[in-house]
Structure formats: C-alpha cells, structure tokens
Ligand binder design. Structure first.
Ligand SMILES: [Zn+2]
Ligand SMILES: [Zn+2]
Length: 493
C-alpha cells in the first residue's frame, strides 16, 4: 500500500511560563487518513534551551467512527514514555512525570510525539491537535490539575512528613524495618480526613514522581510539593515547587542561605524554619537554627512553631524573637513523621499537630497565600473541629488574625475571638509573646463562642496572639498574631 502522510505541522511560539489555561507554547496539528491505518507517525517539534518541564494535551477527531490514535513521546536521544489511548494529558519534568512517562532531564533539540494508528476506517479523515506547554508553572506548583475543594473555609493538614525518599521507615510484611513507601503516608493522611499533606523528604525531589501518581487517586488530600532543606546550621521546609533547589550552602561559590531563600522565592514557593529552638549537636546535627552568617529573615514566610516528633516541641522563643525584630512570620506546625504506620494521636503520628489554614479553596496557591497572610492556627490535639480565630479593631483600623492593625498610644483595641469545640478550656491572649495582667484568661463555656476583650494600646510595635489551654495549662491551639504598628510586610508572590 502506498504510504502517504498528510500531516500539516503548525508551530506557534508563544511566551513561556504561562498558566495551564494560558495559550500553549506550541501547537501541533495534522490530519491522518485511512492510508495510515496500522502505521506509526512521528510528529517532531523543537524544544529550546532552558526548559525543565514539558506538558502535552492531545486530542483528535473521529472517535465516533472508531478512529484511534495512540500517544507516546521521545526526546532527541531516547524514548520517554507512551500512554496509548489512556491519557490525553501528560507532563514530564526532571523529577516527576505522569504515569506512563519517564521523568528526567529535558534536553533541548528535536523531540517527537510518537503517534500510532491502530484503527482508522477506509475513507475517514481524523484531525489531531497537540498543545505543548513549556515550564507550566501550574504543574511546577501542584500535582492536582484543579482545586480539590472550592470555597473559603478552614482546611486541615500536615506540613512536615518523611517517607522512603529520606529517613522515613516502617515495618514490612515480614517484620523488617524498611524505607516506608509514600503511598502509606498519603493513605494515612486520607484516613485521618486531612485536607492536605506536604511530603518533605530531606533535600531530595525524588518523592515527586510518586506524588504525581498518587494525587489523582487521593482526590480529597491535596499533596503539596515540599522538601526539608537540611543545612549544617538549621532545617527549613520549602513548600510549593517541584523545582530542584540546591541545598548546599557555604563553600559553594559563596552561595549562602540568603541565595538559597531567593531561589525558593523565585520559584514561587515559601520557606519555613523547622524546629528552630531544638538543640544542635551530635545527637541532632543542624537541628537548631544557628546560621553562621546573617540571614535575611524577610525571605522566610513561616516558622514551624510546633513540631510533632517524639513530643510536641515548641519553637515559640525563636518565633517571638523574630517577630520582636519586626518580621511577619506565620506559625505553622508539622508532625515530622518518620513512620506512616504510627497510630493516630500517638507521638510523631501524621497529623499531630495539625496546621489549620483559612484558604479560598483547596489548592496549593490558595494554601500558600493563606500561610503568607497568617490565616493559620495550629491544633495540637489533631481534632477535626476545633477552631480559633481572632479579629481586632480600633476606631479606624481592623485586622483579622495574621493581619496588621494600627493603634496609637492609649487607644482601646477591641478584640473578638471565635473558638469552637473547646468547652471547659481557656483562651489566653499574649501581648508581645507574654501573658499580661491586663488580659486575664477567658473561660470558654460553650461549644461555639465569640469572646471579647479590650487592650489599651501603648506606643510602638506590639503583637497580640491567642492560645487555648486546658485546665492544666496544656497548650491545645496556637493562633497567629495580629501585628500592631508593624512596618508593612514584604509579600512577593
Ligand atoms: Zn528537621
Ligand atoms: Zn523533618
């Protein structure tokens, strides 16, 4: 049979770094005829320098006539996967790829879509359309193609866990301690009804490929791309990018932690200091925050004030010290789980503590924005229903928890706190990190209460933050501050 390819290639170069809904970087279109039944068809396209991710959307006409065009892809040197007729979208990056595809370097040069035509009837024409996006930021930031839930509410999750991709381990079928698979971690989050989890293995990005596979199945648990950057002088979580970030500071062409933090920011991600008040030494190397040179703390977004570990460890000293220095740093929590099989509620279990975030929807960008804004409290009890929020106002200024308020000397500040599922406990209001005789603890009598307090502002910078404690003084919930008379925060996206 005479073989003819009636393929029309249409290349449209558009600006890079568009959101997934933005125009594609390239469009490849063509026509397949019945002469190509049971043949293979390569559709070449050019990948420029500087590309770290390729995403493809593929469609064709003629399904109703049982036309079938299967899909695969090759880079200039090797086969990079095939999904037949089972996926119309895929993405490939250095660290992660849609199942059926191989992650790895994206070399510039001549790539090919590998089309197979198992069936096209005599006399039928089919038109295919492939949209190719380079460096799609939506796929760098998230494994989910759309929000997993819509609407403003409090979303609960764990921002710090480890798996087989670093030092997470658990007991195997035969009773051997083995690297603990990512699946068990995500499943534990799902069975605990968490809305999100950040798998933050040490320094590596190898966990992302598993997460890319798991996200479609676990479509009620948002999987946040994360890693725990582990330096010799402190640990920090990076949340919100799949891009590699060099964790090696000092002695590396003068690269210091500020350069690392700039990398985090330029990738649209946020950074948070982990367990900063922990001691450092041979028992836990680099665990405390002891940077050898000055760090621009405005490059951080958060501090892990409550770390799960073998006990709930607080780093409120470091947090208050940084706030006193004028920084807005959102308190978050993380279990630091290293074994997905630890039962719920036990020390170090996934979800203990829970970080609770008031976000517009359940998506990575919305959660990161809410953390930047400080709309967060930490639930040390891992409950599904406890709530702590606060607002304050003066005559002309109003702020919610995490926001800025202006109050001049002597001005009364009205404070309203909303607490739920905390009956029989007390809310404590701390000024500048300390209890104040002018702000006595308030009893919480009902299951859903709005409580009121008043504070007379004094001049200068202050921060006001709420805590809920039980009758024994045990910390249950920790809220973020309202920042009074602070310099406006830097909030680059
Ligand atoms: Zn750590
Ligand atoms: Zn850790």
């Amino acid at each position: 049979m005479k073989f003819r390819i009636w393929s029309v290639l249409c290349l449209i170069l558009t600006p890079l770094l568009r959101a997934q809904s933005a125009p594609p970087s390239l469009v490849l279109e063509g026509t397949v005829t019945s002469a190509q039944d049971k043949t293979y068809l390569d559709v070449p396209f050019q990948v420029p320098d500087g590309i770290h991710r390729i995403s493809v959307d593929f469609s064709y006409t003629g399904h109703e006539q049982h036309t079938t065009i299967d899909l695969g892809i090759a880079d200039p040197y090797r086969f990079r996967g095939a999904s037949g007729g089972n996926k119309s979208h895929f993405t490939i990056s250095e660290a992660d790829a849609t199942p059926s595809y191989l992650p790895g370097e994206i070399p510039p040069g001549r790539w090919k879509l590998l089309l197979s035509v198992p069936n096209i009837r005599t006399g039928v024409l089919a038109h295919y359309h492939a949209e190719i996006r380079f460096n799609d930021p939506a796929e760098d930031h998230s494994f989910a193609s759309q929000p997993l839930a819509h609407g403003q509410r409090w979303y609960r999750g764990d921002l710090h866990v480890h798996t087989a991709h670093s030092d997470g381990s658990c007991i195997s079928q035969t009773g051997t301690r083995v690297p603990c698979p990512v699946f068990l971690t995500v499943q534990a989050a799902a069975t605990r009804n968490l809305d999100f989890i950040a798998v933050s293995d040490h320094n590596t990005t190898s966990q992302f490929d598993s997460l890319r596979e798991l996200q479609p199945y676990f479509d009620k648990v948002l999987l946040i791309p994360a890693r725990e950057i582990t330096t010799f002088w402190g640990h920090l979580n990076v949340l919100g990018t799949t891009q590699f970030i060099d964790y090696r500071t000092q002695n590396l062409n003068g690269r210091d932690i500020n350069a690392l933090l700039q990398d985090v920011r330029s990738n649209g991600a946020i950074a948070s200091i982990n367990h900063g008040d922990a001691p450092s030494g041979e028992s836990c190397m680099g665990c405390g925050w002891t940077p050898p040179s000055e760090v621009d703390m405005s490059l951080f977004t958060g501090i892990e004030v409550i770390n799960g570990g073998s006990m709930l460890f607080s780093s409120a000293n470091l947090w208050d010290k940084q706030i006193a220095a004028g920084h807005h740093l959102t308190a978050i929590g993380g279990s630091d789980n290293h074994n997905a099989l630890i039962p719920p509620g036990q020390p170090g279990a996934i979800g203990r503590p829970t970080t609770v975030v008031a976000a517009e929807e359940l998506s990575v960008p919305a959660l990161l924005n809410a953390i930047r804004q400080g709309r967060v409290f930490i639930d040390l009890t891992s409950s599904h229903d406890k709530l702590l929020d606060m607002e304050a106002s003066t005559g002309s200024s109003h702020a919610r928890m995490g926001e800025d308020l202006t109050a001049s000397n002597g001005m009364p500040v009205q404070i309203n706190m909303h607490v739920a599922a905390c009956t029989g406990t007390q809310v404590h209001l701390l000024i500048d990190g300390q209890e104040s005789p002018t702000l006595a603890p308030i009893d919480i009598a009902g299951s859903d209460e709005t409580l009121h307090a008043q504070w007379l502002a004094s001049s200068g910078r202050h921060w006001l933050r709420p805590e809920v404690r039980d009758a024994q003084g045990q910390l249950l919930l920790l809220g973020n501050p309202i920042y009074i008379n602070f310099p406006s925060r830097q909030q680059p996206q």
